[in-house]
Design a binder for this molecule. Structure first.
Ligand SMILES: Nc1ncnc2c1ncn2[C@@H]1O[C@H](COP(=O)(O)OP(=O)(O)OP(=O)(O)O)[C@@H](O)[C@H]1O
Ligand SMILES: [Mg+2]
Ligand SMILES: [Mg+2]
Length: 509
C-alpha cells in the first residue's frame, strides 16, 4: 500500500493579511480541502406541502495533532505554550525569500487508512443500554501539515500571524455522514479522543487545539436525498460541538420552513451567543490544484505477507507488528472493568469519561477493603458530585485516593457509620492536612463497639417508652424503626442501626 504524499497548491489562499472576512472568529487557518460529491438538492429547498418531518445528517472531519516533539518535515519543537513565532524554522515559514508557502502537504488522495469505523455508545437517560451502541463509518485518515494561525485584533484593525503550528503533523479523520444530532457527534468524538490517548498517537486536548472538529450538517425529509451541507469549522470543545450542531439543525429547518435556501457555506460557532455565524460560502467548485510532491518518497505500509524478506525491521512500517502491540483500547477497558469489579456497564463509561477518574478508582480499589460496588457509588455520586459542583478536575481534588480508600475501609469494618463517613468526607475536603483519624477523633464519630454498653442504652430507651413497646408487641413492626431512631439519638448517631435493630428485637421478644 503506497501512499505518496501530495502537495496541495492553494491559489489565493496564503495567509495574506486581511484575507479573511472581518467577522470571522475562528483563529485557525483552514485545513486542506477534500472532495465529497454534494448531492443536488434543489428540490429540498422547498419542503413538500404537508411534509413536516425532518431528518438531520451530521458528518465530522476531525483534525488530531500527532504526538511528536517535532514538526512533520522540520526539527522545530511543538509546544502549546511557546511564545508566538518562536518554534518556526526557515522551512516552516518557507523562508528565505517569500511569504508563507500557500500550500499544505497532505495525503488527501492516498490516505494512510480507508473504510474504517468507530463504535460508540449513547446513554439513554441516565442508563446505558447495548441497543444504544452506534457505528459511524470512517471514510479515511490522512496525514497532513497544520497551518499557521491568524489572530485578529479588532481594536487596532490588525491581523497577526503565528507560525508556531505551521508544519505540525496532523491526522485528519473524515467520517461519513452517519450521525444525526449533537449528542451522537459529541459521544463519537469523545470515544475517538479516548482511543487516540490510549494509543498515544495524539494528546487530543481540545482546549489546546490538539483536536479540532469541523461539523458538516444538513437536513432533509426522510426518504429524500440528503440536503445541502454547511460546515461549522474548528469546534474546540465537545460541549460546543454538540451545541453548534443542534443549533445548526434547528436553523436550517427554520430557514427551509420559511421558504429560504441553505447555502453550501462555512460557518463558525459563536460561543458567547450560542449560535453559528456565516464565514464564507463554498458554493461553486474550487480547484485546489493538487499535485504530487516530488521531494517526498512514498510511505509504504506492510503486513506480514507483503513484507519483503530482506527488509530492515527498523526501516519499515509493519502493520501486523503494530497491531500485536496495540495497548488496551477504551471499549476493552470498559469490558474488563465490568468483569473485574462487577460494576454496571454505565459505570464503566462514567469512569472513562472523566479524565483521571479511572486511575483514581483503581488506586482506591487497591488500597481499600470496601467492595467495588460501594466504592463506585462513592466515586460517581459523592466524589464526582463535589468535583462538578466546584468545577474541578479529578487531578485538582483535595482528597487523595488513599484517604478515600481509608475512609471506605472504616465504613466497611463498621468503625464509622455511613452518615459519619459523609461528614468526614466533607471535613477532608474543607480542611486539607487533617487525617481521617484526626477528624473521627475530634468529632467523636467512631461507632460504639461495646456490646454491653449498647444493650444498656437500648434497655433504657425501652424502659422509657412503654407505649411503643406495647405497640410492637401487638404486632406494629413500624414502631421498631421509631425505637431505633431513639437509640441513635441517645448515642448521638454513633451506633450502627443494624446492630441496634438486632439488640432491640432480642430485647422485645
Ligand atoms: N449532505 C451532507 N450532510 C452532512 N454532512 C455531509 C454531507 N455530505 C458530506 N458530508 C460530510 O462532509 C465531510 C466532507 O469532508 P471532506 O474532507 O471530504 O471534504 P470538504 O469538507 O469539502 O473539505 P475540507 O477538508 O476542506 O473541509 C465528511 O465528513 C462527510 O461525512
Ligand atoms: Mg476535510
Ligand atoms: Mg470540510
Amino acid at each position: 500500500m503506497a501512499a505518496p504524499i501530495l502537495r496541495c497548491a492553494r491559489a489565493g489562499r496564503c495567509w495574506s493579511l486581511g484575507s479573511r472576512p472581518r467577522r470571522t472568529r475562528a483563529l485557525f487557518a483552514e485545513p486542506v480541502p477534500g472532495r465529497v460529491r454534494e448531492q443536488s438538492s434543489a428540490a429540498l429547498q422547498e419542503p413538500r406541502p404537508g411534509a413536516h418531518e425532518w431528518a438531520a445528517v451530521v458528518g465530522l472531519e476531525i483534525h488530531a495533532q500527532i504526538s511528536s516533539n517535532s514538526k512533520l518535515f522540520s526539527g522545530s519543537q511543538v509546544s502549546f505554550l511557546a511564545p508566538p513565532n518562536s518554534s518556526v524554522s526557515f522551512f516552516d515559514a518557507s523562508l528565505p525569500g517569500t511569504l508563507p508557502a500557500g500550500y499544505q502537504i497532505t495525503q488527501q488522495r492516498l490516505p494512510i487508512a480507508v473504510n474504517g469505523c468507530l463504535t460508540y455508545s449513547l446513554s439513554v437517560g441516565a442508563h446505558w443500554s447495548p441497543s444504544a451502541t452506534k457505528t459511524v463509518r470512517i471514510k479515511q485518515i490522512q496525514l497532513e501539515q497544520d497551518s499557521g494561525k491568524s489572530l485578529h485584533d479588532d481594536t487596532r484593525s490588525q491581523t497577526l500571524i503565528d507560525l508556531n503550528r505551521a508544519g505540525v503533523g496532523l491526522m485528519e479523520v473524515v467520517m461519513e455522514p452517519d450521525m444525526s444530532c449533537g449528542a451522537e457527534a459529541a459521544t463519537a468524538v469523545r470515544e475517538l479522543q479516548l482511543i487516540l490517548r490510549a494509543l498515544g498517537t495524539s494528546q487530543a486536548n481540545m482546549a489546546e487545539g490538539q483536536l479540532r472538529v469541523d461539523a458538516n450538517v444538513s437536513v432533509h425529509h426522510p426518504g429524500e436525498p440528503l440536503g445541502v451541507r454547511t460546515e461549522v469549522k474548528n469546534l474546540n470543545s465537545i460541549r460546543f460541538l454538540a451545541k453548534a450542531i443542534d443549533y445548526e439543525i434547528q436553523r436550517q429547518i427554520e430557514e427551509l420552513r420559511n421558504g429560504g435556501k441553505i447555502l453550501n457555506e462555512t460557518r463558525a460557532f459563536d460561543e458567547k451567543l450560542g449560535c453559528t455565524v456565516s464565514m464564507r460560502d463554498k458554493e461553486g467548485k474550487q480547484d485546489y490544484r493538487f499535485m504530487p510532491e516530488p521531494n517526498l518518497p512514498p510511505l509504504i505500509l506492510y503486513d506480514a505477507e507483503s513484507l519483503p524478506t530482506a527488509a530492515d525491521p527498523q526501516q519499515v512500517v509493519n502493520i501486523d507488528w503494530i497491531r500485536e502491540r496495540l495497548p488496551e483500547l477504551p471499549s476493552v477497558t470498559r469490558g474488563r472493568l465490568v468483569e473485574q469489579y462487577g460494576i454496571l456497564p454505565e459505570h464503566s463509561f462514567a469512569l472513562l469519561n472523566e479524565d483521571g477518574l479511572l486511575e483514581f478508582f483503581q488506586t482506591v480499589m487497591k488500597e481499600t477493603r470496601a467492595e467495588p460496588k460501594k466504592v463506585i457509588g462513592w466515586i460517581l455520586s459523592t466524589f464526582l458530585g463535589y468535583l462538578k459542583q466546584r468545577n474541578l478536575a479529578v487531578s485538582e481534588s483535595p482528597i487523595s485516593p488513599s484517604s478515600l480508600a481509608e475512609l471506605l475501609s472504616l465504613v466497611d469494618s463498621k468503625v464509622i457509620s455511613l452518615p459519619a463517613a459523609k461528614q468526614v468526607f466533607e471535613e477532608l475536603w474543607q480542611n486539607q492536612g487533617k487525617t481521617t483519624g484526626q477528624i473521627i477523633q475530634e468529632k467523636k464519630l467512631e461507632l460504639l463497639q461495646n456490646q454491653e454498653e449498647l444493650e444498656e442504652i437500648c434497655q433504657a430507651v425501652l424502659a422509657e417508652h412503654p407505649q411503643e413497646v406495647m405497640a410492637v408487641k401487638k404486632g406494629n413492626q413500624k414502631v421498631v424503626n421509631k425505637l431505633i431512631g431513639m437509640v441513635r439519638r441517645a448515642t448521638e448517631g454513633r451506633a450502627d442501626p443494624i446492630r441496634i435493630k438486632q439488640i432491640l428485637e432480642k430485647q422485645l421478644q
